[in-house]
Each structure stands twice: as C-alpha cells, then as structure tokens.
Ligand binder design. Structure first.
Ligand SMILES: [Zn+2]
Ligand SMILES: [Zn+2]
Ligand SMILES: [Zn+2]
Length: 81
C-alpha cells in the first residue's frame, strides 16, 4: 500500500511535530490504485483502494519547544500544575 510521508520538524522537548511537506511513497504494486504501476483503466475490485497511514519523517530536529508551546507558556495557559 502506498502512504504519505510527511517531512517536518520535530521538537524534542514537547514532542510535537510540524509538517513542512508531504510526498507519496509509491509501493510499486500493480494491484494498488495509488501506485504508478497500477494499469490505467483497471477496474478490478481486488485492487487496494486505501492508503496506509501516513509516516512522519523528521528531517529537522529542534532541541526546543515548538512555537505553539512557547506561545502558550508565555501566556500562562499551560494547564494545571
Ligand atoms: Zn500502493
Ligand atoms: Zn486495479
Ligand atoms: Zn509543542
């Protein structure tokens, strides 16, 4: 099954992930509707019609909190402590 790969930045302190770009990982199976190997015009009910869950690909890592968490902390709405 094909799936989306989400390139992004991972903030190691808070564990949040910010996506920057999404690309499709082709599984190259002729029985998968999303693959470039799938024959055009094929209407076989046996073909895979679903994509697998997206995979996160952290191409950057920041040893900080994400902008959202920094913003929230500044405003003092971090929840109960
Ligand atoms: Zn596929
Ligand atoms: Zn097909
Ligand atoms: Zn965060």
């Amino acid at each position: 099954m094909c799936h989306n790969v989400i390139d992004g930045r991972y903030y190691t302190v808070c564990g949040h992930f910010y996506s920057m770009a999404t690309k499709v990982q082709d599984c190259l199976r002729p029985n998968c509707l999303f693959s470039s190997r799938h024959p055009v015009g094929c209407r076989s009910p046996g073909c895979v019609r679903q994509m697998a869950p997206p995979a996160k690909n952290p191409i950057r890592e920041s040893p900080t909190r994400c902008p959202d968490c920094v913003h929230r902390e500044r405003n003092g709405i971090l929840g109960c402590h």
